[in-house]
Design a protein around this ligand. Structure first.
Ligand code: F6P
Length: 324
């Protein structure tokens, strides 16, 4: 391996820059050339490349987003798009790739690897934490810290006005953010796609908490939850059937994806970046770097995509006990 291309793809997440820095600096340390590919697979198709040396990643470890930009690219889903990307990589002399992204990005990498036998290692970057083979994806820790801080603020107004707040957090298909921030911020209920509570049981639970003497409540709802059509329907339903509550909705949205990465995400990104480059130089390909029991591990990308992440049942139990 003489020249490694690094890129970020899919939704950005805090820690991606720290991972880019780690890949670039490990390349410099091991005397391998490194090229930044802009806008993910789109930049590969358009030959949007820039050589990177150790100094080109100064002062980015603390920055949210990604200096290489990111995109969700439809062209790469076509054989024609992938052929263009391959030709551009060969013309540039790039002979291996590090992809930093989520399951969509890994699926693209796997298809590309199958077609062209191109060496690829993945680093999981998404706030959703929905990738199998790692207890943490880059950005999950930062995003949950950001959300807990916001819910603490919402709690101030909830308790001052005796209100019930539905707070919608990200998580398209999974409830990892919701469950963790729900416990961390002391939510009354946590609604996640993995466990459909049902509207009736939600009402029962809210009634119970009111009866127990609570005057305000916070219900954390994962974006992908199916208890109601959406979070506003939940509000309408509760207002109609439980008029004792003054209800408000707060949809947190993309602010969850921004901001400076936490120390945990910076350290994780650094460890993952080193492992990704070292693995390529050892001749490994088609693996994703992960962290399990604080050990840096490799999981076949095919498993990382297809394996399901399990929701932490113990955390659900803890949450149930905490809402007593
Ligand atoms: O996958 C990360 C994520 O933030 C999801 O939680 C969310 O549903 C989605 O991306 C939003 O994507 P976009 O920024 O493209 O609207």
């Amino acid at each position: 391996i003489k020249k490694i291309g690094v890129f970020t793809s899919g939704g950005d997440s805090p820690g991606m820059n720290a991972a880019i820095r780690a890949v670039v600096r490990t390349c410099a340390y091991l005397k391998v050339d490194c090229v930044g590919i802009y806008r993910g697979y789109q930049g590969m198709i358009e030959a949007d490349f820039k050589p990177m040396d150790a100094r080109s990643v100064n002062n980015i470890i603390n920055k949210g987003g990604t200096i290489l930009k990111s995109a969700r690219c439809d062209d790469f889903r076509t054989a024609e798009g992938r052929k263009k990307a391959y030709d551009n990589l060969i013309a540039e002399g790039i002979d291996a790739l590090v992809v930093i992204g989520g399951d969509g990005s890994f699926t693209g990498a796997m298809v590309f690897n199958k077609e062209y036998d191109f060496p690829i290692i993945g680093i999981p970057g998404t706030i959703d934490n929905d990738i199998f083979g790692t207890s943490n994806t880059l950005g999950f820790d930062t995003a949950t810290n950001t959300v807990v801080e916001i819910i603490d603020k919402i709690r101030d107004t909830a308790s001052s006005h005796n209100r019930l707040f539905f707070v919608e957090v990200m998580g398209r298909d999974v409830g990892h953010i919701a469950l963790n921030v729900g416990v961390g911020a002391g939510a009354e209920e946590i609604l996640i796609p993995e466990e459909n509570l049902g509207l009736e049981r939600l009402l029962e639970s809210l009634k119970r908490s009111k009866k127990s003497g609570k005057s305000s409540s916070i219900v954390v709802v994962a974006e992908g939850d199916k208890t109601g059509e959406n979070v506003f329907e939940l509000k309408d339903y509760v207002e109609k059937h439980l008029p004792i509550y003054d209800v408000r909705v707060s949809v947190l949205g993309h602010l969850q994806r921004g901001g400076a990465p936490s120390c945990f995400d910076r350290v994780l990104a650094s460890r993952m970046g080193v492992k990704a480059v070292e693995s390529l130089l050892e001749g490994k390909s088609n693996f994703m770097v992960g962290i399990q029991n604080n050990e840096i591990t490799l999981t076949p990308i095919s498993k990382a995509i297809k394996g399901h992440t399990k929701i932490d049942k113990e955390l659900i139990r803890v949450s149930d006990i905490m809402t007593t």
